[in-house]
Design a protein around this ligand. Structure first.
Ligand code: ADP
Ligand code: MG
Length: 271
C-alpha cells in the first residue's frame, strides 16, 4: 500500500537537536533533524551505530526533551504531550520474565487504567494474527527470539496510537526468521492501517519495508537522504533481486557506508 495522501503529516520535526552532557564533556547526538511522516506511511530510518537513531526515537516518544520544533497532527507539542501519541517498542524487547505472554502484551493498557479482563479480551483477538495462538499463558523464556519479538510488537500494536516507533525490532533475529517477520509485519501494517517509523541497520530491510528510507549521517545525526521507494505493494521476497531494488540498494549502501566510515573515525578520536 502506498502512503495515503493527507492534509497534514502525523509528525513534523523541524531542526530538532539534542546534546547530552554536563557542560564539561558534551556529546551532540543529533543536530537539525528535519522529518515529516504522513498518516499510513511506513518510514524506515537507517544510519551508522551511534548516529543518534535511538535518541531521535526517544525524543519522538516524549521520553527525552530536545531543541527545535515537534508538531503532532499540525499542533506544536512539548515533550510530555507526546507520550500519549506514540506507541514505542524499544531496542530491547523488555518483556517482564515473571509475567505470562498475555500479561506482558496488555501491560501498557493496564498502566493506562484498563481492567485486566477488558485488556485480555482485546489481546485475545490478536494471538492468532501474531502467530502466538496457544502461547498466551507461556512465560517469555519459553518462547523463541522471533516469538518474543512478536509479543513485544503485539504489545505495541495493542497500545493504539497515531504513530508506532520500532527500534531495530528484528536486529537480533537470524536471517530466515527476520525475512519471515518482515513479510508478516508488512501484512499486519497494511491490515491495521498503521503509521510506522522503523529503525534498522540493514539496508535491504529498510528498502523492503519502507515507503521511504531515511538515511542519517554520522554523529551528530542529521538527515542525509530521504528516498521514496516506489516498489509497489504487496512486496514478496522476489522483489529484493529486482533491478529497481538493486539500484536503490547501491545508492543507499554508498551513503550508509560513507557515514559509517565517518562514524568509525569519530569513534577512534574519542578517548
Ligand atoms: P544509535 O541508536 O544510532 O546507535 P544513540 O541514539 O543510542 O545511537 O546514541 C547517539 C549518541 O548519543 C552516542 O554517542 C551515545 O553515546 C550518546 N548518548 C545516547 N544516550 C545518551 C545518554 N542518555 N547520555 C549521554 N549520551 C548518550
Ligand atoms: Mg540504537
Amino acid at each position: 500500500m502506498a502512503s495515503r495522501p493527507s492534509d497534514r503529516p502525523i509528525i513534523e520535526l523541524s531542526n530538532v537537536s539534542k546534546t547530552f552532557g554536563d557542560g564539561q564533556r558534551t556529546v551532540v547526538a543529533i543536530e537539525n533533524v528535519n522529518l515529516d511522516i504522513q498518516p499510513g506511511e511506513f518510514v524506515t530510518l537507517i544510519g551508522p551505530s551511534g548516529c543518534g537513531k535511538s535518541t531521535l526515537f526517544n525524543i519522538v516518544a516524549g521520553l527525552l526533551d530536545a531543541e527545535g520544533s515537534i508538531r503532532f497532527g499540525g499542533k506544536p507539542h512539548n515533550g510530555c504531550d507526546l507520550l500519549g501519541k506514540v506507541a514505542f517498542m524499544p531496542q530491547k524487547d523488555l518483556l517482564l520474565p515473571w509475567r505470562r505472554v498475555i500479561d506482558n502484551a496488555i501491560l501498557p493498557l493496564q498502566v493506562e487504567g484498563m481492567s485486566r479482563r477488558q485488556a485480555r479480551a482485546m489481546a485475545d483477538e490478536l494471538f492468532g494474527e501474531f502467530g502466538l495462538a496457544g502461547f498466551e499463558n507461556h512465560y517469555p523464556h519459553q518462547l523463541s527470539g522471533g516469538m518474543r519479538q512478536r509479543v513485544a510488537l503485539m504489545r505495541t500494536f495493542l497500545f493504539k496510537r497515531d504513530l508506532m516507533l520500532l527500534d531495530e525490532p528484528f536486529g537480533a533475529l537470524d536471517a530466515l526468521t527476520r525475512m519471515m517477520m518482515q513479510r508478516w509485519l508488512l501484512d499486519i501494517w497494511q491490515r491495521h492501517n498503521r503509521t510506522i517509523l522503523f529503525i534498522t541497520h540493514d539496508v535491504d530491510e529498510a528498502i523492503f519495508l519502507g515507503d521511504r528510507v531515511v538515511v542519517m549521517t554520522a554523529r551528530p545525526g542529521s538527515i542525509k537522504i530521504n528516498r521514496k521507494i516506489d516498489l509497489g505493494r504487496p512486496r514478496g521476497a522476489e522483489i529484493t533481486t529486482s533491478r529497481e531494488f538493486l539500484e536503490i540498494k547501491k545508492e543507499l549502501l554508498a551513503a550508509v557506508e560513507e557515514e559509517s566510515m565517518k562514524s568509525f573515525r569519530i569513534a577512534q578520536q574519542v578517548p
